[in-house]
Design a protein around this ligand. Sequence first.
Ligand code: PLP
Length: 227
Amino acid sequence: MAELVIRRLNQISARIAVAARRSGRKPSDVKLVAVSKGVAPERLKAVLPCGLRVFGENRVQEFLQKYEMLGEQAEWHLIGHLQRNKAKYLIGKIALIHSLDNLELARLLNKLSLRQGYPWQVLIQVNVSGETAKFGIDPSELGEFLDAMRELRGLEVCGLMTIAPYCEDPEQVRPVFRRLRELKEEATKSRPWLNLEHLSMGMSSDFEVAVEEGATVVRIGSALFSG
Ligand SMILES: *Cc1c(COP(=O)(O)O)cnc(C)c1O
């Protein structure tokens, strides 16, 4: 079981490396988050010795069960929408929140983080495609959102995240990834105090295109764990 996942990981890593070089970057510029939602903790435990240890979860309850078993042997990222009443369970356990999507949540996370005494790293989820079913800040409101975030000293905004619509042909979603990169560049130009290091974009079906467009973090689930 673990062997299958590791074989897939090696193939995916090779494809990421080729896509990174195509865009003039180093393979090491792209970090892979293994999306482990729906995957049993025993399976995750089995792949740890092989070097797969950054996991993305989208449900707090499920994450907490896995954290109880694996704890700090892994690095945990939250990639799904977070309800405010669940935020307190994550403090000190989640390394990076990819899915910050509203100011009320940001203020609450800031308060929790300040209480703990060191800044919490977050990415802002942007709804580039405009799909109504998706969470995320509207691109036209990103600047204002970033300005409001500046006050929140407990949070370190490390970049932007987006989810592209599913398409058979990943070329069709290239403009979504390109737009996120442009949003980052525009925001950084007008707000030099920002330090938007990361673009979290690309999943199993479209990660190569995302890497070509500048992804520094890809979130891969089914291509690693399905079956
Ligand atoms: C499930 C999920 C992924 C992984 O999707 P796959 O297509 O299985 O690779 C990535 N990002 C988010 C936000 C997800 O919910």
